[in-house]
Design a protein around this ligand. Structure first.
Ligand SMILES: [Zn+2]
Ligand SMILES: [Zn+2]
Length: 195
């Protein structure tokens, strides 16, 4: 089976509220796990390294009304363990700039590999008042949203047949990027390791 083709035609359930179109983001670098083909060292004699090949489909999201831009509602947490760096936490909702509809996008307690297999969420989740994500240059802008999911090729192994038919919900990484309509910058909005 062509894994990339499977994931392009089977968007995860978390984006079911949107019109999702497979997309490419040339030049965009994503955090994630390492594929076997990315290992650039020779293992010592007698050592075999096993690592899954990963597939990273990207979808452009539009509102059901056709609106292409959304305000991103999210939690912002200042992480004291990482030099007070601002971290964006879920739940993430998108507000259409055309019709104003708020559509849920991603919740680290409901989506991703660990949650799907019943292992619970590994991410911190926000509560209470949320903010709207801002372009560092232009401030509050409705962004063209792109989501990226990372999938392990292992999902299609025979031992994993309990997952057959719902591989698209077993992603090991979720990334939200947004393009600012004013300055055209592609902004890294949020990143979640889910496995
Ligand atoms: Zn809309
Ligand atoms: Zn901007």
């Amino acid at each position: 089976m062509d894994h990339a083709e499977y994931f392009r035609s089977h968007p995860p359930r978390c984006i079911a509220g949107f019109t999702a179109v497979p997309a490419e983001l040339p030049g965009a670098a994503f955090d994630g796990h390492v594929s076997l083909s990315q290992l650039d060292f020779e293992p010592p004699p007698g050592v075999t390294i096993h690592a899954p090949e990963l597939t990273n489909p990207i979808f452009a999201l539009a509102c059901r009304c056709g609106g292409q831009r959304h305000f991103v509602h999210c939690h912002c947490w200042i992480n004291p363990d990482y030099g007070d760096q601002a971290v964006i936490l879920s739940p993430l909702d998108l507000e259409c700039a055309v019709c104003g509809k708020l559509t849920p996008l991603f919740d680290s307690d409901l989506h991703g590999y660990d949650v799907e297999i019943g292992a619970g969420s590994s991410s911190v989740r926000g509560e209470g008042d949320r903010m709207v994500f801002e372009c560092p240059t232009c401030g509050r802008q409705p962004l063209q949203a792109f989501v990226r999911f990372e999938f392990s090729g292992d999902l299609f192994d025979e031992e994993s047949s309990e997952f057959a038919g719902r591989e698209q919900d077993l992603f090991s990484w979720f990334t939200l990027q947004g393009q600012c309509p004013k300055c055209s910058q592609l902004l890294s909005v949020a990143d979640f390791e889910c496995a």
